[in-house]
Design a protein around this ligand. Structure first.
Ligand SMILES: Cc1cc2nc3c(=O)[nH]c(=O)nc-3n(C[C@H](O)[C@H](O)[C@H](O)COP(=O)(O)OP(=O)(O)OC[C@H]3O[C@@H](n4cnc5c(N)ncnc54)[C@H](O)[C@@H]3O)c2cc1C
Length: 471
């Protein structure tokens, strides 16, 4: 069994240089996931000089651990926007998602990107009687917006009702990201921005050794480390899910549940990718239990996984992304509520228009500074979620010994190591062999290398007094 995503195991990884001198550019993009690379794609075609820095390897963050679906049938997201923000906003959001998917397929065609794109019918089902009404509301809303809706059924999960739409796709997310940065000019890997300082009309972005002076900075780092002036931990929270890939030889499938328990299923070549056990990152700290439950569900449908991995995404208070300026010339794109593979590409076209001062109908819709009732209530509940995660992380008992490369990790109730971001206690994810932060999602390899933000620092595991000991 492999404890990495199927996407990481099915690509030839590219290698790009590390920053080795001070630099000046018009636009600096921080983060080389699908958001950063989409912004690089659009802005490279303008008069501006663009530079991108990636803390680790291009495309290996949240993007590389997703399910790789391009669909506007997004669990209960449209119903939430419809219920809370009204029909006009929900219709605009739906339009944005259809346009975003079209943008992705146009880029794939234009740039001849070989990313295993497959056109499929996408379905959402419920086996919960109380949700049948919500599914009907979703169907009515889609029909009102000129979407053709079919009633279908599947042979993998029991359903009380299921609807399907056409014109959705499946792809290989890392292959697509590589296709966005074909010329690879001014892109630096293993280059982490530690600090951003504003002076006059410029931002100075510091790595450990060098500084990049730029006019515009785009924060495409998923969960941003740079807290001020945006106070991100109260603007958003994280949801974690557990995924698997198993040989199954099914025809093209793209299926999701309407709501909890969230299930997402798709095919990739001969594999079936199955996602389940989603939870708020700080609600359930037992990764191993979640992986075991996922495997039980697979066993019920006679599947034994070949790959197991987990992933978390940024969720926003009103279920819509944050794309736009948070202060003058500092731009953010994140908060995709687990549907970021098309929205991130759209963010590239929105941000290009912000910088070029062009009109774009989505600038207001996704404005990260927007205030609405959901934002205010969400901000308050997120303060509770932050405190809850912090307290739970410290009270979680871990008593397992694991050995890798001669480093022995002894867990007990003492603090082994803290997350450099906001000092939550890191917990061992035994299945994937990583240290995971149960508050804001930072992840580290067993020997302390940061592989997922918001942390932009490694941790000193080897010198921890609890390590390098055999118990
Ligand atoms: C389980 C799961 C399944 C999903 N499936 C789907 C799906 O099927 N369809 C869909 O549309 N969406 C899906 N999503 C959502 C989607 O994967 C994400 O919204 C999207 O990949 C986010 O991309 P990103 O570029 O913003 O983040 P990332 O891919 O994480 O990229 C951010 C990059 O920034 C880098 N970075 C961070 N800090 C710094 C720094 N200080 N300096 C330099 N670099 C830095 C990181 O190393 C990382 O590479 C899923 C999410 C989850 C959790």
């Amino acid at each position: 069994m492999k404890n990495i995503s199927i996407w990481k195991d099915t690509i030839d990884m590219i290698s790009l240089p590390t920053l080795d001198s001070n630099q000046e550019t018009d636009v600096l993009i921080i983060g080389g996931g699908i958001t950063g690379c989409s912004n690089y794609y659009f802005l490279s075609k303008t008069k501006y000089k663009v530079m991108l820095v990636e803390q680790n390897k291009i495309g290996m963050g949240v993007t590389s651990n997703s399910t790789g679906k391009l669909s506007f049938l997004q669990n209960d997201l449209l119903n939430k926007i419809l219920d809370n923000e009204g029909e006009e906003v929900a219709s605009k959001y739906l339009k944005s998602q259809i346009e975003a998917i079209n943008l992705v397929t146009e880029i794939i065609k234009k740039e001849k990107i070989n990313c295993d794109l497959v056109k499929v019918k996408s379905s959402v089902y419920t086996n919960n009687r109380s949700e049948v009404k919500k599914l009907k509301e979703l169907e009515d809303f889609l029909i009102k917006n000129d979407i053709n809706v079919l009633h279908t059924s599947n042979n993998l999960v029991k359903e009380k009702d299921e609807i399907s739409i056409d014109n959705t796709y499946l792809f290989h997310p890392i292959k697509f990201v590589y296709g966005l940065i074909k010329d690879k000019k001014n892109i630096y890997e293993n280059t982490s921005i530690k600090k951003i300082v504003e002076k006059g009309n410029y931002y100075y972005c510091y790595t450990d050794n060098y500084v990049i002076k730029c006019k515009y900075v785009i924060i495409a780092s998923h969960y941003p480390y740079f807290l001020l002036p945006f106070m991100f931990p109260i603007k958003a929270y994280l949801e974690k899910s557990y995924l698997s890939a198993t040989i199954s030889n099914q025809n093209n499938i793209s299926l999701i549940s309407y709501s909890n328990p969230f299930i997402s299923i798709r095919t990739y070549n001969d594999y079936l990718i199955y996602l389940s056990n989603s939870h708020l990152i700080n609600n359930d700290l037992d990764d191993k239990k979640n992986f075991i439950e996922l495997q039980k569900k697979l066993k019920d449908i006679k599947l034994i996984p070949e790959y197991l991995w987990s992933n978390s995404d940024v969720m926003t208070n009103d279920s819509m992304p944050y794309i736009g300026e948070i202060k003058e010339r500092m731009i953010i794109a994140t908060g995709y509520n687990t549907w970021g593979l098309a929205s991130s590409v759209l963010s590239g076209s929105i941000i290009k228009d912000i910088i070029l001062k062009n009109d774009n109908e989505y600038i207001n819709l996704f404005d990260p500074k927007r205030i609405n009732v959901d934002q205010i209530i969400g901000n308050i509940t997120n303060i509770y979620k932050n405190i809850n995660g912090f307290v739970k992380s410290y009270s979680k008992k871990q008593d397992k010994v694991i050995e890798k490369d001669n480093i022995y990790f002894y867990k007990d109730n003492k603090v082994l190591t803290k997350c450099p971001h906001l000092k939550c206690k890191l917990l061992l994810n035994e299945v994937e062999e990583t240290w995971d932060c149960p508050c804001h999602g930072s992840r580290f390899t067993l020997d302390g290398k940061c592989i997922s933000g918001p942390s932009n620092q490694n941790i000193d595991v080897k010198n921890s007094k609890y390590n390098n000991k055999k118990y």
